[in-house]
Write a protein that binds this ligand. Structure first.
Ligand SMILES: [Zn+2]
Length: 258
């Protein structure tokens, strides 16, 4: 196994039921692979609460809270505001638009997205954005707010990346980078190094060579190794840049990283 520098998984659903039986071991395995920090985004009220609960128990684990576009039909702003003051919350997320599955009505998705962007703006928090088949509409809405953050699980074209970069946002790169025939390796070369974040989106989007199995934060190293290959950069150098990006966007101060 290639030795890796310290990494942060900026998008990992450790509160998901797939980790219920082995959360401790999952976090241990991640640490052994050099993944020392994790951000856990919520997708509704309950998952946001459990993200906070897990983050309280570990030094370099932080939470994001919010309603995913799929769950925007259940949006409850009062409940969201009631949990927002916890010190381990570093972002509002994941929020956005998903016109691929349309599990909530389009207009509801847009309204709930705007309301959460407003909260992020008021609180000065970054946002973690999920967008699928909806990039134009997502960018249009984000433009109306004074917020920064990341478009997570990016798989788009060079033009798509450009739109995100012009907004001043970071681009979240995950397991798709390792897939055969993916166009992402070419596209990622067009993204400035200081705008890239690494993520697993575990338990989803498992990287090669574990595709088909549950994803977990330890597998971030496969994404990282591939990114080093694609960009032709030494592990130590890229690792340092990625940590800097992560701590900057989420405004995390930690002694576990230098
Ligand atoms: Zn996610």
């Amino acid at each position: 196994m290639v030795k890796t520098p310290l990494l942060w998984d900026t998008h990992c659903h450790l509160q998901d039921k797939h980790f219920r039986d082995d959360l401790e071991e999952t976090i241990e395995r991640a640490k052994e692979m050099g993944v020392i920090g994790v951000i856990i985004p919520g997708w509704d009220y309950e998952s946001s609460v459990s993200a906070i609960e897990i983050s309280r128990r570990y030094e370099n684990i932080y939470a994001a809270v919010g309603f995913h576009p799929h769950d925007s039909k259940n949006y409850d702003e009062e409940k969201l505001l009631s949990i927002l003051d916890h010190e381990k919350i570093v972002a509002i997320g994941e929020i956005g638009l998903d016109f691929y599955r349309n599990l909530s009505p389009v207009e509801t998705q847009k309204t709930v997205f705007r309301r959460q962007l407003r909260i992020a703006e008021e609180r000065g928090l970054p946002v973690i954005i999920h967008t699928r088949e909806a990039l134009e509409q997502t960018v249009e809405i984000v433009k109306g707010f004074n917020v920064k953050g990341v478009f997570h699980a990016f798989t788009g074209s060079e033009e798509d990346a450009k739109e995100i970069l012009e907004l001043g946002f970071y681009v979240g790169i995950g397991g798709v980078l390792t897939f055969k025939n993916a166009r992402l390796p070419e596209v990622v070369k067009s993204i400035p190094l200081d705008r890239i974040l690494l993520e697993t989106d575990a338990p989803y989007i498992t990287p090669h060579p574990h595709r088909g199995k549950r994803n977990e934060p330890a597998y971030l190293v496969y994404v990282f190794n591939k990114l080093c290959d694609v960009l032709g950069l030494p592990h130590a150098e890229l690792g340092k840049i990625l940590i800097k990006n992560t701590l900057e966007v989420f405004r995390i101060e930690t002694e576990g990283t230098h």
